[in-house]
Ligand binder design. Sequence first.
Ligand SMILES: Nc1ncnc2c1ncn2[C@@H]1O[C@H](COP(=O)(O)OP(=O)(O)OP(=O)(O)O)[C@@H](O)[C@H]1O
Ligand SMILES: [Mg+2]
Length: 438
Amino acid sequence: MSRTIRIGDHMDEIIVGKLNPTKKDLKYSVFLGKEKENQKSVYVDIDDSHVMLICGKRGQGKSYTMGVLCEGIISKMKKYIEIKENLSLILIDTMGIFWTMQSPSKNYNLLESWELEPEGYSVVVCYPYGIGRYKENKVYSKYFHLGFSLRPSELVLEDWLNCLDIASTKPQAILLLKSLKKVRDERGIFYSVDDIINRVEKNSAYDDNVKLALINKLENAKSWGIFSDKGLFLQELIKPSQVAIIDLSLLSHSIRSTVISILCKKIFDLRSVARVSEELAKIGEDIKWEKVPLVWIFFDEAHQFVPKTGKKKPLSAEAVIKLAKESRQRGISLVFATQQPGALSDEVLTQCDTTIIHRITAKNDVDAIGEKISDVKMTDNNINIIDYLRNLPKNPGYALIHNDLTENLISIKIRPRISRHGGSTPKLSELAEEQKGL
Ligand SMILES: Nc1ncnc2c1ncn2[C@@H]1O[C@H](COP(=O)(O)OP(=O)(O)OP(=O)(O)O)[C@@H](O)[C@H]1O
Ligand SMILES: [Mg+2]
């Protein structure tokens, strides 16, 4: 049965994701845009843990909206020290478009019409440690700050097989398993890819062809630029007040999924341990622990990492689904953006409590969203939700927003970005005119 509950009727603002909000709740919520019909300001709650989905067709504003949410959270961290000390934000950037948040937007007229000021944000942009150009070039290194790295020991056999594209039934897989075991026995967690190669070479039980094929793949792994004893380890990204953009755009799909899988597992473990310590402190136990802040993790192009079952699952799927299912108790919030909600794992879709829907038209995507929020109707009339999805204005930036708790659906215009959006299409005319001006 359809149900409509108006939220925020007693307030000039709407806070999505908060039941019975009061003015006080505005401190823990971020400004997203204006309701289309009556121009009420729409905020999103960041007090509780949330799992959010942002979906829509190509170019409709998903990454832009993700940027708006990030800006909102960073602004709160800047304004309130108590928020800053208890929060961290990680944005997994597979397209390499979010580093531009460091520069203010130049969309002055649009910002002025919304009474907003342009601003660049202080974020830490992390890239694979071995990408020399980011370290060595003075201009790049102004915007790309820290190389992150993995220890080879952080990868389990399954990670290696995935990255090296080796089927688990192949002799290469068994040889790798034995070599990893040996090297671990000899060196604990401190070994390099060369140490694994050495171990493979020394194994006399295998045919030279098998050894050579595996060694070639391991040699190639060194060129990915992610294995090092130096650099920042992924767990160091979760620090109070840290806003980290992890640029994975230069890595192949399977390596990105390995990095995401390891990152998600680490965040899960860190927050799980912290949660116990937080509770112990609350019941008065004298316990000292290293503070692990609550964390918001943003995934752009999420269907690549948690696709629907039936397709070949990337390694990241299991870790991300686990996070989605068990994030709330651990104080982890997740935001997934995707062009294809119909291609996203149902296990993630069902966990999303807040859905921001830009224009979509493909039948299976409309169906996936329609199914997710079929139990609602618009606040002011009775039109079918599927018609609303099809009929959203064609200009980017319009969306419907739905929250499971309050079960209502609001049509909104997302506010303009305050910092520079890096995802716009490069236009030939703009490049040509710039060149002419040189
Ligand atoms: N709220 C908004 N206000 C003004 N312009 C917007 C808004 N949202 C999006 N746009 C414009 O639309 C363009 C495309 O947005 P965006 O890069 O977020 O698309 P997308 O949905 O992520 O596309 P893709 O699926 O290709 O990644 C932006 O470059 C921007 O110019
Ligand atoms: Mg995008």
